[in-house]
Structures are given as structure tokens and as C-alpha cells.
Design a protein around this ligand. Structure first.
Ligand code: ADP
Length: 378
């Protein structure tokens, strides 16, 4: 450390000389000096020293008074007091008034050098801690206001569609086809609101660490088949194909959470790929894991975005970005749920060709859990 300003408040010039020439100078500190308490107080308040070395016994104003006044004026510059040998009582008073350390006279030069270094180091660390805390607060505030404006936008936009549609239905004479169109809008926008509220709740539960995840054997085939059939009915615009090994595959996880993961991935595969295209679900296994991929023939994701795709609220700016599909929460929730079950998730994608989202789950074996008897065979 060098370049820090150290103020010596001391009435004996020979002591100032020793401190300057043998302690502070060789370490590269810049020295300021004051020959009495009053002057020392003034300089400590105005010269912004990094450290004050304060003799306690001085004419006009004692070191203790200087220290007391500094702290009363909210000046928290670190202070090392120099006391006479054997004056423990004064040391205690000085420490109570906010001195950071003390050195008793006569002192060894090494001892003084070490105390100066220690106090300056501590003060530097404290300043850094305060700076980081302030920085964090400014970040956090930024995130909070960003979050609030995003939430209000996401709530306002579907609500204004719903209000406008209901007003039209109430006030205009409409054909039954027109009424049907407006009802469709209302249904779509309400579903959008509902999804948003559900996802926000999921995120807050995940972040509060209050999501309960069961670790039980789950036989995959029926779960996958059921999900895919439900999607085929819901999204009859796409064709779904399931490929998996013939032998029964059982993972350790939470069936409901596995369904949420698949639901999010299948929903995205449908949303981000053209009508008439195919969505594949492929399952494979190794010794320890079962690996499930959801593959689409859609718009794909630019390579630069792949790393951020699982972050909260991250959405890729697509060319048709007038159309707001979602909120960038689905993949974040998906990743957290996979990880809570002991798995991993990753993505490979090519713009214009499609995406492959893959997640792994630990494989169940009779040796890995006592719940073995509960497992149904496929
Ligand atoms: P959203 O609800 O916005 O779809 P997600 O977290 O599920 O949120 O996805 C984040 C973003 O990742 C999406 O907005 C989209 O830009 C991109 N994305 C997700 N899945 C796919 C996919 N299968 N193909 C192309 N882009 C995708």
C-alpha cells in the first residue's frame, strides 16, 4: 500500500520526525502533521486523511477530545492513538470513543509499522464492503423498477384487450361471428394473464426455496405418451413423434414436475415452429441417466443467445417480435425444476432449422431407493 495520507497529530516534533522518517516515509505514505489538538481536528475534518495517528496528551485540546469531536461530527477516519506506557484506563476510553487501535510509548518502529498497515488494510476492506453494498443496492433497485414496469406492462396489455372486447360486445350491434371473434380474444388474453400469474408464482416459490420436489421412481413411457397425446389434441397444427427404447425406463423424480418440464418444452416447440412441422421426443439412456430431447423444426435460436436462454425474462428478439408469445420465464422454471430433480438441461439450435432441448434425469435402479416396490411395470 502506498500513497495513503496519514495525519500525525503530535506536539513533539522529534516524535513526528521519527514517525515520518522511519515508519511512514519508507512505506510510501504521504504525511500531514498537526502540532496540537485543535489544528489536528481541523485537518482531520478538512484534509480527508486515510488515517490519523493521534497523541493523547497534548496542549489546548487532548487527543480524547479530538477523537470524541471527530466521531460526533460523523467523521469515521481510522484513528491510532499513542498512549503513555501503563495508561490502560485511557486506552479503554479511547477505544470506547471509537479509536481503531493503539500503540503504547515507547514503541518499536516495527510494531508501529504493523499497526498502521493493519488499520489501513481493515479500513480499505470496510470501504470496499460499503462500496459493494451500495452498488448492490443500486442494482437491486434497478432490477426492482425493471421488474415492476415489466409486470405492469404484461398485466396491462392483455387486460386492455379484454376491456376493449367486452366494451365492444356491450355497446356495438355485432353479428354472432363477430361476437365469437371477440370471445376468442377474451379467452386467449385471459389464458395469457393466467399463465403469467402462474409463472410469476412459480418463480417466486422457486426463489424462496419452498418448492417441494419428490424423489420417487417415475416410469417414463406412460407420462410421455400422455403428454404427447394431450399436445396432439391441443396443438393439432403439429405432428408429434415419440422414439424411446423398448425396455421400461424408470427415473427418480417428481412426476408432476417432469410434466411441467415437458409441457414447457413442448409448448415452446409448438410456439416457435411453423404449422405442419414435426415435433420429436427422443429418449435414450446410459448407466446412470435417462436423457430426453424435445426437437422441433422451427425458427431456431441464434448462437449468441444460447447461453442466456435459461435466464429469467430472457426472450430472443425474433423478426416477428410484434407478436408477444411469452415472458421468458418458462425455460428458467424448467431449468430449476430439472436441477432440483438432480438433472441437467441444455440446448442445441440452428437458426432456420430448429432446436433440440435436452434434459437428463437420474435413472432409478432397485439399488438406488427403497421405493422400488411401488414401481409399476410398463
Ligand atoms: P417464453 O414464455 O417467452 O417462451 P421461455 O423461457 O420458455 O419463455 O423461452 C425464452 C425464449 O427462448 C423465448 O422467448 C424464445 O425466444 C426462445 N425459445 C424457447 N424455446 C424455443 C424454441 N423451441 N425455438 C426457438 N426459440 C425458443
Amino acid at each position: 500500500m502506498a500513497g495513503e495520507k496519514v495525519l500525525i497529530v503530535e506536539d513533539k516534533p522529534e516524535m513526528i520526525q521519527i514517525l515520518t522518517d522511519y515508519v511512514l516515509g519508507p512505506q510510501g505514505y504521504v504525511t500531514l502533521t498537526a502540532l496540537n489538538g485543535e489544528e489536528g481536528l481541523h485537518m482531520a475534518l478538512n484534509e480527508e486523511p486515510d488515517l490519523v495517528i493521534l497523541d493523547l496528551r497534548m496542549p489546548k485540546m487532548s487527543g480524547l477530545e479530538v477523537l470524541k469531536t471527530l466521531r460526533e461530527r460523523q467523521c469515521f477516519v481510522p484513528v491510532i492513538v499513542i498512549t503513555a506506557y501503563g495508561s490502560e484506563e485511557v486506552v479503554v476510553r479511547a477505544l470506547r470513543l471509537g479509536a481503531n487501535d493503539y500503540v503504547a510509548k515507547p514503541f518499536a518502529l516495527d510494531e508501529m509499522t504493523q499497526v498502521v498497515e493493519r488499520v489501513l488494510n481493515k479500513s480499505k476492506q470496510e470501504k470496499e464492503r460499503v462500496r459493494l453494498a451500495q452498488e448492490l443496492e443500486i442494482e437491486l433497485n434497478h432490477m426492482k423498477s425493471g421488474f415492476i414496469s415489466m409486470v405492469s406492462h404484461e398485466l396491462r396489455s392483455p387486460l386492455s384487450h379484454i376491456i376493449a372486447s367486452t366494451e365492444l360486445m356491450r355497446e356495438a350491434k355485432l353479428s354472432s361471428d363477430q361476437q365469437q371473434d371477440l370471445l376468442n380474444i377474451i379467452h386467449l388474453q385471459s389464458a395469457r394473464l393466467n399463465r403469467f400469474v402462474e409463472q410469476i408464482l412459480d418463480v417466486s416459490l422457486l426463489e424462496a426455496g419452498t418448492v417441494q420436489v419428490e424423489k420417487r421412481p417415475v416410469v417414463l413411457k406412460p407420462v410421455l405418451k400422455q403428454m404427447i397425446e394431450a399436445f396432439a389434441l391441443r396443438a393439432n397444427t403439429h405432428r408429434f413423434e415419440l422414439t424411446m427404447p423398448d425396455r421400461p425406463l424408470t427415473v427418480v423424480g417428481d412426476e408432476g414436475k417432469i410434466q411441467t418440464v415437458l409441457d414447457n418444452l413442448l409448448e415452446n416447440a409448438v410456439t416457435y415452429s411453423p404449422k405442419g412441422s414435426r415435433v420429436f421426443v427422443e429418449v435414450s439412456e446410459d448407466d446412470k441417466e435417462v436423457v430426453i430431447s424435445v426437437i422441433d423444426e422451427g425458427i431456431g435460436i441464434p448462437a449468441t443467445q444460447l447461453e442466456r436462454i435459461f435466464e429469467r425474462f430472457h426472450r430472443v428478439n425474433t423478426r416477428d417480435d410484434q407478436e408477444q408469445y411469452g415472458y421468458g420465464l418458462g425455460l428458467y422454471i424448467t431449468k430449476r425444476l430439472v436441477e432440483l430433480q438432480g438433472g441437467k438441461i441444455w440446448v442445441a439450435s440452428e437458426v432456420g432449422r430448429g432446436s433440440r432441448f435436452t434434459f437428463s434425469l437420474p435413472k432409478w435402479s432397485s439399488a438406488s431407493g427403497e421405493q422400488g416396490s411401488e414401481v409399476d411395470n410398463e
